[in-house]
Write a protein that binds this ligand. Structure first.
Ligand SMILES: Nc1ncnc2c1ncn2[C@@H]1O[C@H](COP(=O)(O)OP(=O)(O)O)[C@@H](O)[C@H]1O
Ligand SMILES: [Mg+2]
Length: 255
């Protein structure tokens, strides 16, 4: 049986001649429906390059990406994407930004009013629906961007260091929000991060990527109960996962 998402021998080389940069791969990754998979690797190993290829926003040099056996060969609109820099437009309110995503997909706004309220409430933003992005803190903006990425209920969600610029406390809170939403809706998530702890906390499986050109070092199934709250994070097993991954990157000399 085919996997829900199949990345096969995917490789990217930018430029040519002496300007050539072998950014990623070749790498093969198979993901089942409903998995929460983290791609964990040092800065510059090609994680964003991989995500852009998976989203159909960047052509590969060789190899292929398939969703439900269908080749990805152009930008995908039926997925949810969230990158480090949020995609909120400054001239629309929080609600207006969420509606923009629906408009772009030709969906009827009237049908989504309850869902907009509910998703804002799920991240404690329901009182900020009529505010503009510049009236929100960084963490609130990321939460709004999260609602924007999720409002059309995508089956596949690609997150590229969405929490990268936030302070530790806000990160922790938004991680919990992500986790809650994933537990309820069970989308298939690919989450890129360079935080070992974040990867272990959220994922059902962590894929370790080598320094550039990123290749798969190993995959680690994270066998811990959800929700992974503070109690789970303090458990010996959690700490062992984190330590064993640290050792791998220590061997590469990146930590
Ligand atoms: N458009 C591009 N043109 C040339 N080189 C690029 C381009 N995008 C990324 N790279 C290079 O590819 C490598 C991997 O980048 P990236 O995928 O952003 O890594 P990561 O997300 O893991 O930090 C880096 O060396 C980067 O400089
Ligand atoms: Mg990146």
């Amino acid at each position: 049986m085919k996997n829900f998402i199949e990345v096969t021998e995917l490789k990217k080389v930018f430029g040519n001649g002496k300007d050539e940069v072998h950014a990623f791969g070749p790498a093969t990754i198979n993901i089942n429906a409903g998995e929460f998979v983290s791609i964990l690797g040092p800065s510059g190993c090609g994680k964003s390059t991989l995500m852009l290829m998976v989203a159909g926003l960047l052509d590969s040099t060789s190899g292929k990406v398939e969703f439900e056996s269908k080749l990805v060969n152009g930008p995908k609109t039926d997925i949810g994407i969230m990158f480090q820099d949020n995609t909120l437009v400054p001239w629309r309110t929080v609600k207006g930004n969420i509606e923009l995503q629906l408009e772009l997909r030709g969906l009827n706004l009237k049908d989504y009013q309850d869902q907009i309220y509910n998703i804002l409430k799920s991240v404690n933003l329901e009182d900020f629906a009529e505010r503009f992005p510049n009236e929100l803190s960084g963490g609130m903006q990321q939460r709004a961007a999260f609602c924007q990425a999720m409002i059309h209920d995508p089956k596949i969600i690609l997150l590229d260091e969405p929490l990268g610029k936030l302070d530790a406390m806000t990160r922790e809170k938004i991680r919990a929000d992500f986790q809650k939403l994933w537990m309820v809706k069970k989308p298939t998530v690919i989450f890129v991060t360079h935080s070992i702890e974040e990867a272990v906390q959220l994922s059902s499986r962590v894929i370790l990527i080598t320094p550039r050109p990123g290749k798969i070092d190993r995959e680690i199934k994270i066998d811990l109960p959800y929700p992974r709250d503070l109690k789970v994070k303090r458990s010996t097993k959690f700490i062992e996962y984190v330590n064993s991954i640290q050792e791998v990157f220590h061997k590469y000399g990146v930590i």
